[in-house]
Design a protein around this ligand. Structure first.
Ligand code: ZN
Length: 147
C-alpha cells in the first residue's frame, strides 16, 4: 500500500503512541468490534455529558491502520458536541468511500485526512472504519441509556 510519506508518518505516530488507549472503567456504553478480514479488534468505551462526547477510551489489537484510526478518532471526538461528532464521523465515512478521489476536509477531519489514501484499498477500508463503527454503536447505546 502506497501512502503519502507525511501521511504515513502521522499514521505510524498514532500507532506507536496511541491516544486514550486505556479503557476507563467508568462509561455509559462499551462495545467490542472486530474486523475478521484483517484480525483487528477494538473495545471502546464512551461517556457522554449533556449533548457532548465527554470521554472515549479504547483498547485494541490489529494493524497500524485500525489502531491509528482509533487513536485519531479519540483525539478528534472527545469534547465535541454530539452533533459535531456525528458530522465528523459522517465526513470520515464519506472519505473512506471516495475510492481515492477525495483528500478530505482537514479543518473538520484534522489527522484523519492522513487515512484518505486507504480509500483506494477496499480490503483496508474496514480497518480504518473499525473504531468509527464502534464509536457510532457505543454512542447510540449511551444516548439510549442517558435518555
Ligand atoms: Zn486491519
Amino acid at each position: 500500500m502506497q501512502l503519502d510519506n507525511l501521511y504515513q508518518e502521522v499514521i505510524l505516530d498514532h500507532y506507536k503512541n496511541p491516544q486514550h488507549k486505556k479503557l476507563n472503567p467508568v462509561f455509559d456504553a462499551q462495545v467490542h468490534h472486530i474486523n475478521p478480514s484483517c484480525g483487528d479488534e477494538i473495545t471502546l468505551n464512551v461517556t457522554l455529558a449533556t449533548g457532548v462526547v465527554k470521554e472515549v477510551s479504547w483498547d485494541g489489537v490489529g494493524c497500524s491502520i485500525s489502531q491509528a484510526s482509533a487513536s485519531i478518532l479519540t483525539d478528534l471526538l472527545i469534547g465535541k458536541s454530539l452533533d459535531r461528532a456525528q458530522e465528523i464521523s459522517d465526513a470520515f465515512m464519506h472519505l473512506m468511500q471516495s475510492k481515492g478521489t477525495e483528500t478530505g476536509d482537514a479543518e473538520l477531519l484534522e489527522d484523519a485526512v492522513a487515512l484518505a489514501g486507504v480509500s483506494q484499498y477496499p480490503a483496508r477500508i474496514k480497518c480504518a472504519l473499525l473504531g468509527w463503527m464502534a464509536f457510532k454503536d457505543a454512542s447510540v447505546q449511551a444516548i439510549a441509556k442517558n435518555s
